[in-house]
Design a protein around this ligand. Sequence first.
Ligand code: NI
Length: 264
Amino acid sequence: MAMSSAFASTDTSYEEIRLDLRSWPEVVNYLEHSKGVILPIGSTEQHGPTGAIGTDAMTAQAVALEVGRRAGVLVAPTQSFGMAEHHLGFAGTMSLQPSTLLAVLHDLVISLATHGFERIFMINGHGGNIATAKAAFAQAYSTASLRGLSVAPKLRCKLVNWFLAKPVMQEANRLYGDREGQHATPSEISLTLYLTPSLVVKQKPLPTPAPAGPIHGPDDFRRRYPDGRMGSDPFLAKPEHGGVLLEKAVLALGDELSNFLGDS
Ligand code: NI
């Protein structure tokens, strides 16, 4: 499995399940045999002094494409901007306010539901999106019903967090123990190194991080966690760990997707 080519348009296996490469008649044909779609959702935010700003979007997309490829389920383009207000004290972070993200996710779900998609499976790479995504689902169910969409009674949305999948957390604990931390974790950084090997040379030993703790606004975050990390040691990250973590995430989320598609 050549995951380094996950984002290359020449990868036939991924081409087959990418919504952005399909024509509308192909989507109509797809809907005749499947009502499921995967939407990767991430964030564009600082990941410590050595991690890529796109970490949460890259990782969610990679997991989503591989889950979709194995299941033959379409994967929508990644929603790469998430709720990252608390990271705005660090250069390069681009955040949507919770109310904006709620509106975006609501509109994306309703767009898909309008065409007949009944099962929207969001694969998430960022903890800060969770509360807002769930609120968006509640609003989308209401809108689908009020607009009288034919799929309304059958519409289901589900958010799954690849980094919280039990086998992923167990492996992260085995590899890194409490140096996994809460943000800019070696597990997520490992996956980015696996996907984009050119990032490896940027990794370097870092001083002891501030311990993980509360998160408030951007100024408070910067004061508590001056280099952006929360209790993590991303220098432990290795590309080969990323490959293992990806496989564990894909297997766990693939099972969840299969149950979700079969739900009544
Ligand atoms: Ni992250």
